[in-house]
Design a protein around this ligand. Structure first.
Ligand code: AMP
Length: 282
């Protein structure tokens, strides 16, 4: 694996590969890598000749500075994991390299309804920051494919919208959510949970399964009420949302309709750690 810290060096190398007609797959991350990230690298490897992974903890997508300051960093282990998983290139830029003119976003992205709900509602500005960094990284790397996880379902929809708005010639590969044996979705933030909290946090998965089993049988109001009891009785401190939505538009739904693809999304706090997860219902 080759590690690049500077855009100019990375671009010189990528130009050579592109001249050889190699296809480039790109996996953007914020590091503290886990099996979920590695599964995206594997999917990109299946589709592309060369896989570029970036590690950059993007300050502009954090609406809470404490969350940013406490974001886990395990860079030596990350490099080891990428090497042993045969990733070709790691791009590890500084903040100055990504935002040479400062972090301020000159022109907000017109994301519409999608950034007003769920994560958009609870983390104002978050998706503008996500678009800002992914747009910048796409302009640096110009990959053929970008590989992102279903774990951040709304983020995928937002990035797809940004790709359309900015006419990036890149295709999206969506990776399934990797889970621990308990069902807890792998996440960099899990590092900050104690073993006991991790065990309790698997209740998010259990409540998603409960909803999936009962979605055709019970009213959405009752189902959400029961799912929130599962979470609170398992030790979650606070629930931001449990929402049943149309998977194409993320519009909240009030009753079951077999012709609509349905997704359930949850965000809740285990102690100070905010966890999100989702599951397609049909
Ligand atoms: P992050 O480092 O959290 O910004 O995530 C980088 C990429 O990994 C994003 O596309 C995430 O959706 C994806 N990802 C995070 N957790 C998982 C998981 N458990 N399974 C699959 N992909 C994931």
């Amino acid at each position: 694996m080759i590690l690049f810290k500077h855009i100019s060096d990375l671009q010189k190398h990528l130009q050579k590969l592109k001249a050889e007609n190699k296809t480039i797959g790109f996996v953007p991350t914020m590091g503290a890598l886990h099996q979920g990230h590695l599964s995206l690298i594997k999917q990109a490897q299946q589709k592309c000749d060369i896989v570029v992974c970036s590690i950059f903890v993007n300050p502009t997508q954090f609406n809470n500075s404490e969350d940013f300051n406490k974001y886990p960093s395990t860079i030596d282990k990350d490099i080891y994991l990428l090497e042993t998983n045969r990733c070709d290139i790691l791009f590890l830029p500084s903040e100055k390299e990504i935002y040479p003119d400062g972090e301020e976003l000159k022109q907000p992205y017109d994301l519409g309804f999608i950034e007003t709900i769920l994560e958009g509602e609870f983390r104002p500005g978050h998706f503008q920051g996500v678009c800002q960094v992914v747009d910048r990284l796409l302009n640096i790397i110009h990959p053929d494919f970008i590989c992102m996880g279903q774990k951040d379902f709304q983020q995928i929809m937002v990035v797809q919208k940004m790709i359309e708005l900015k006419h990036h010639p890149v295709k999206m590969i969506i990776g399934e959510t990797l889970r621990e044996a308990s069902g807890l979705a792998s996440s960099s933030r899990n590092i900050r949970l104690s073993d006991n909290e991790k065990e309790k946090a698997a209740a998010i998965y259990k409540s998603l399964l409960y909803i999936k089993e009962n979605i055709t049988k019970t009213s959405f109001g009752e189902i959400k009420q029961h799912a929130s009891e599962i979470l609170m009785n398992s030790g979650f401190r606070k629930i931001d949302y449990i929402e049943i939505c149309d998977a194409k538009t993320l519009t909240p739904l009030i009753k079951y309709n077999s012709s609509t693809q349905i997704i359930v999304l949850i965000a809740a706090y285990m102690g100070d750690i905010r966890l999100i997860d989702n599951m397609l219902m049909n």
